[in-house]
Design a protein around this ligand. Structure first.
Ligand code: GUN
Length: 282
């Protein structure tokens, strides 16, 4: 069996064209969605992600501000900038690209963002709202995964879902979103014993570890939907956490790397910013 490949590019472009219509409507009603992005330091991957976010904002006709700050900027300067954006009615979404340099507290920065503008969904208020079923900004990567599954016709309710990885950005919220969709969810991580015994049960398997070669064909239930969130560079080539060539012989559906989950993350950020702008109408 050869798996059907879920193209993140296609799903992302479908959602972006839906968003474009919403943005046109909002602008007619006098609200242009505004996104502010703060980037600290010189990490090339972060610069590339932020460039993608800026490009998508401009393509969707958002009001866009990107602040690229040097690696030695003080925490107070970052907090002051966030405070300015919190009070700026042109800005509906604020994103601070992670990771931050060691001298800046990630916790302090995330908590300084107004939860109503926290389009990453990282503020404890949004995390708590998600966990208790209250309206929240959903973290972009896991929300993108849910959209890919749903728009590819994957039934989530009642299925066994296994998430490998327990980060605050992907693993934990991914498990919570699958639970909210009524899957039976297991979280596996670096200390899990006999990983295969769990992954073999998965109708939906999400790999979010950040280590190439984590998921091999013998770990996958035939016909499973396999979502690869990993982004790893091996011999200069971008690969996921799954051994794509062999896993795609067993899985029913699989997302590639690149061109899978990646394009969805930015799209769901745009989605959250539009949602935030819509809230400002009422
Ligand atoms: N770094 C890696 N992924 C993300 C993300 O989704 N949001 C932010 N702010 N930083 C990140």
């Amino acid at each position: 069996m050869t798996a059907t490949i879920i193209s993140g590019k296609e799903v992302a472009s479908q959602i972006r064209s839906e968003l474009k219509q919403e943005v046109d409507q909002l602008i007619q009603q006098g609200v242009q969605p505004g996104l502010a992005v703060i980037l600290v330091g010189d990490d090339p991957a972060s610069h590339s992600y932020v460039k993608g976010k800026e490009k998508a904002s401009i393509e969707l006709n958002f009001y866009s501000e990107v602040h690229r700050l040097s690696a030695d900027v003080s925490e107070q300067e970052v907090l002051s900038l966030i405070d300015r954006f919190n009070r700026d009615p042109k800005i509906h979404g604020i994103l601070v690209q992670l990771p931050l340099p060691a001298h800046i507290s990630e916790k302090a920065v995330i908590q300084a963002i107004d939860p109503q503008k926290d389009v990453d969904g990282f503020h404890p208020v949004n995390v708590g709202n998600l966990y208790t079923g209250l309206p929240a900004f959903l973290p972009c990567t896991p929300h993108g995964v849910i959209q890919m599954l749903k728009r590819s016709g994957v039934q989530i309710a009642g299925k066994n879902a296994v998430v490998i990885g327990r980060s605050n950005i992907v693993g934990k919220p991914m498990a919570q979103l699958l639970l909210a969709e009524n899957a039976t969810v297991t979280i596996c991580h670096s200390r899990t014993k006999d990983l295969t015994s769990f992954t073999k049960q998965a109708d939906i398997l999400v790999a979010a570890v950040g280590r190439a070669g984590t998921v091999t064909a013998d770990m996958v239930k035939p016909g499973a939907a396999v979502v690869d969130v990993g982004v790893n560079r091996v011999d200069g080539k971008l690969v996921g956490d799954c051994l794509f060539d062999e896993v795609s012989q067993v899985a029913g559906l699989i997302t590639p790397v690149p061109g899978g989950v990646g394009p969805m993350t930015i799209t769901m950020l745009m989605y959250n910013t539009v949602e935030s702008a819509k809230r400002s109408l009422v």
